[in-house]
Write a protein that binds this ligand. Structure first.
Ligand SMILES: O=C(O)CCC(=O)C(=O)O
Ligand SMILES: [Fe+2]
Length: 357
């Protein structure tokens, strides 16, 4: 039976920002979205570093088996940046265009229909809404999101999946399947660089849990008062993100400074999540990131998270620990890790501390 025995991660139900800004007279951001003065002082970004965010060519990465420069670049990116842009990944630009149209149309469905078919209900994690909202006085982010588990197929919520507009569903299924293959290749390359036994990495991600999170950040009349997405690091193994409509907004923290990840046409932004940091015993790092919003443009992004199956036990790869002679993280199931992650509000990288020895 669907969802049997599965714990749910509930979040408090919040209003739709997209709905709020549809009101033509909307000019002032409600207090619940206004950042504290302390958070506002953190707003400054540094543009000098953005051209240095590594760009990896997937075609080159796949055409070599030895420690070629592209593999070295991948290793450097995962160690020093925790982020890179992936080009020549093989996903057809027509699919990316279709995804953009479908996502926009889906978010612009009449509110009544969204509420009836897809809005989170109390105690539910998937659907339209927010995550990590744990108290009524918590500040809210300037955006709406839609979350769906795509893999394993047995874990799909059929009450959501079956109601998706067919063309949206088609685009999501085609895109998620392509992205899953890319993630698999990247996990394999990382294992080979770090000399983690390939079977070990494969076993961890054999029952891969993939979910999609679509972020829609409407324009904001007072963009310097709010944040699109609170600083956090992803709990997942690997996140593959598409900056759907090429609007700037994603920033990552590098050496204490916020650096913009400039959208590159058709590139995928890949980042190491906390679970991969754990598996690689700290060699690869999950990096804090956030999103800013815009006064005139909406911004859309599609994040796809890839983690071990919920029952899989995560911990540093044995072959790495043996060589490094030091184990930095404990082991626990993916499910337990996410239970703890979603029980708190987003707060930088603090959550990973749970797993430290
Ligand atoms: O919207 C973005 O560019 C980033 C989204 C993100 O970090 C997330 O959904 O975890
Ligand atoms: Fe993220």
């Amino acid at each position: 039976m669907e969802g049997e025995g599965e714990r749910q991660w509930s979040s408090l139900i919040v209003p739709s920002v997209l709905e709020m800004v549809k009101d033509k007279n909307f000019t002032t951001v409600p207090p619940r979205y206004v950042l504290s003065d302390q958070d506002k002082t953190e707003i400054l970004d540094d543009s000098s570093l953005n051209s240095e965010i590594p760009v990896i060519d997937m075609k080159r990465l796949c055409s070599v088996s030895t420690m070629d420069s592209e593999l070295k670049k991948l290793d450097f990116a995962c160690q020093e940046w925790g982020f890179f842009q992936l080009v020549k990944h093989g996903i057809d630009s027509s699919l990316l265009e279709k995804l953009e149209t479908e996502v926009r149309d889906f978010f612009n469905l009449p509110m009544e229909e969204k509420k009836k078919k897809f809005w989170q209900t109390s105690g539910e994690f998937e659907g339209f809404g927010q995550v990590n909202i744990v108290s009524e006085d918590q500040k809210l982010d300037w955006g709406d999101m839609f979350i769906l588990t795509t893999e394993p197929i047995r874990s799909r919520k059929s009450h959501l999946f079956s109601k998706l507009p067919p063309s949206f569903r088609e685009a999501v299924e085609a895109y998620s399947s392509e992205v899953k293959s890319i993630a698999k290749i990247l996990f394999g390359k990382m294992a080979s660089i770090l000399e983690i036994k390939s079977g070990e990495m494969e076993d961890l991600f054999e029952d891969v849990w993939q979910s999609i999170k679509i972020n829609y950040y409407p324009p904001c009349p007072q963009p310097d008062q709010v944040i699109g997405l609170t600083p956090h690091s992803d709990a997942a193994g690997l996140t593959i993100l598409l900056q759907v409509n090429q609007v700037e907004g994603l920033q990552i923290k590098k050496d204490g400074k916020w650096v913009v990840v400039k959208p590159l046409r058709n590139a995928l932004v890949v980042n190491v999540g906390e679970i991969l940091e754990i598996i690689t015993n700290g060699r690869y790092r999950s990096i804090e990131h956030r999103t800013m919003v815009n006064i005139e443009k909406e911004r859309l992004s599609v994040a796809m998270f890839h983690s071990p199956g919920k029952e899989t036990v995560i911990g540093p790869a044995k072959s790495l620990v043996e060589r490094q002679k030091q184990r930095l993280f404990k082991s626990m199931s993916t499910q337990d890790y996410f239970d703890a992650f979603f029980a708190q509000k987003l707060n930088g990288k603090s959550h990973l501390d749970l797993m430290r020895m």
